[in-house]
Each structure stands twice: as structure tokens, then as C-alpha cells.
Design a protein around this ligand. Structure first.
Ligand SMILES: [Zn+2]
Length: 298
């Protein structure tokens, strides 16, 4: 391959389908690799068993699976459906999908001034695991959720050529100073969660030629919940595929793939109107009721 070809390849994948022609942003969101990262199982070993004054005590799970296979569109569905301000919902969410905690690089980020202000209210350091009595501030789980949701919505706004500020203020976070700072915050949230997606040399079974390389010896088999969400957002950026709006009125979420009720197959198709079969059913019956009502009135 000639040197010119390599240069062209680099340029090709760094330019996304979305362009911010109208704005004067100093940055453009891209990825340093042209390929999606694997989505390993998510660590579900920790279980919250008590809550006292905003601090959750947790222990190693004694029942149920210690790893979970999250759908590839988890960041569009469950992440966006949970209310981070509802403490009980957050605990339920943590015990179902995995304990969410902040990577050290996020917690100590100088880029994210939000972190200094929230930490002042914590009595425990982040994910305090010392001794027989491991604890985590519920506030840490909540801020992790809020940051990830803000990052997700920043990317959606970026794709829409919209202002990125609302993504942060919608999570009750202080507004970034302009879209360029919002982009740097986006990186500060996402990149520490991509560390576990590193490339690796793996060993596969010599007799099994069709073996999945992502399960080979040396591959990452289980990742923290935080990382799992970051990897999903990263893959959306790599794919560069435009999102669709779910046409079910109360849902209205952005999505790439449709989810079905009976299995978790995600069929990527174009021209989709609904994020799930359920949303289609709900909107169909809503429109049916409207037609009925209109008929009665005439
Ligand atoms: Zn929907």
C-alpha cells in the first residue's frame, strides 16, 4: 500500500456523515479507530444490600448471574428510561444491571468541574471498598448516570446540529461554556470508560477455526457497567449511522436499531418508525382511539 493510500484511509473514517457547517465549533467529534469495539458481558458481581444516609452498602452477589449480556441499544433504552434522581429506582437499576461507579479518571477529572462540586457532599470516597463493609455513595451512582446520559444526549444533539448545552442542563449539571467545552466534557466522560476496550492478542482453540475472537484467552470477558455504556456510545460514533426518532409520541427516543419483545435480536434497518414493537402497538392504538373519537364527534 502506498503512503498516499494510508493517508486517505485515515481521512475517510474521521469524517462523519454529520457536519456542523452552520456552527463555528473548533472541534469535530471523531474516533481514532475505524472499527466498533466488542461488547463483552457486564460485571454484575456487586449487589446493594443496605442504604443509610445516602450511602449504600454492597456485597458480592450470592444469587443469580454475576455477569449480564446487555442489549447493544441499552444506552438508548434503559439508560434513558431510568430517573437518576429517584434513589430507589437507581438502586433497583444497579442491582439488575450492575453497580455503576465512576472511573478514577472521571472522578479526578480537571476537565469536569462538576465533579468537585458534587464530591463535597459525599461522606465516603468513590466506591469505598476497604474492609468487610464496602460502601458507595448513592450520589456517585447518580452522578455517573447523569454524566453518561448527558454524554449520550450531547452526541444526539451533535448529530442534529443542535446546541450541546441542553444535554447537560437537562441532568441538572452546570451548563458548559459553549459547545466546545461540552465536547471536551463528552470526552472526559467517555474516554475513561473505553480503557477496557483496548486491543489484545488472544489465543483461540487450534482445532476450532470458527471461534469468536472476542472470547479467546486474553480477551476482555467482563467489563464494568460504566465501560459497557461508553463502548455502546463509541460504537454509535464509529458507525456514524443517522438516528431515527421513535414515532410513538410519549417515547420519541432516538434509536438505531429496533428491539423486539420476544428476543433480543436487533435488526438494523433503514426507514424504521418505532424503536420497539411495543411502541408501534401503543401508537397504533392511540391513533385508532383518535379516529374512533373523531368519528363519534361527527
Ligand atoms: Zn419508542
Amino acid at each position: 500500500m502506498a503512503a498516499g493510500d494510508i493517508k486517505k484511509q485515515v481521512i475517510d473514517y474521521s469524517i462523519k456523515a454529520y457536519s456542523n457547517k452552520e456552527s463555528a465549533m473548533a472541534y469535530e467529534v471523531a474516533t481514532n479507530q475505524p472499527v466498533s469495539v466488542p461488547l463483552p458481558l457486564v460485571d454484575r458481581t456487586r449487589e446493594i444490600v443496605s442504604v443509610k444516609r445516602g450511602v449504600a452498602g454492597f456485597r458480592s452477589r450470592t444469587e443469580g448471574s454475576v455477569a449480564i449480556d446487555l442489549p447493544s441499544d441499552f444506552h438508548h433504552q434503559e439508560l434513558m428510561d431510568v430517573n437518576p434522581l429517584d434513589q430507589e429506582a437507581v438502586i433497583e437499576f444497579s442491582n439488575r444491571y450492575g453497580l455503576l461507579w465512576l472511573p478514577k479518571a472521571v472522578d479526578e477529572s480537571v476537565e469536569l468541574p462538576i465533579m468537585q462540586s458534587v464530591r463535597r457532599d459525599w461522606s465516603q470516597p468513590p466506591l469505598h471498598r476497604a474492609g468487610n463493609d464496602p460502601q458507595i455513595e448513592i450520589g456517585e451512582i447518580q452522578i455517573a448516570l447523569r454524566l453518561l446520559r448527558a454524554a449520550m444526549c450531547s452526541w444526539i444533539a451533535y448529530c442534529d446540529n443542535a446546541s450541546l448545552t441542553n444535554a447537560w442542563t437537562a441532568e441538572n449539571l452546570s451548563p458548559p461554556m459553549g459547545d466546545d467545552q461540552a465536547m471536551r466534557w463528552f470526552l472526559a466522560v467517555i474516554n475513561p470508560g473505553l480503557v477496557s476496550s483496548h486491543p489484545a492478542v488472544v489465543l483461540v482453540d487450534a482445532d476450532d477455526t470458527g471461534q469468536d475472537r472476542t472470547v479467546g484467552l486474553g480477551a476482555t470477558h467482563v467489563v464494568p457497567f460504566y465501560d459497557a455504556i461508553c463502548a455502546r456510545i463509541y460504537n454509535d460514533i464509529v458507525t456514524g449511522a443517522p438516528y431515527a426518532y421513535c414515532e410513538n409520541e410519549p417515547c420519541n427516543r432516538r434509536f438505531l436499531t429496533k428491539r423486539t419483545d420476544n428476543d433480543r435480536s436487533r435488526v438494523r434497518t433503514t426507514g424504521l418508525q418505532y424503536c420497539s414493537d411495543r411502541c408501534k402497538q401503543n401508537q397504533d392504538s392511540r391513533q385508532y382511539r383518535r379516529r374512533q373519537k373523531a368519528q363519534q364527534e361527527t
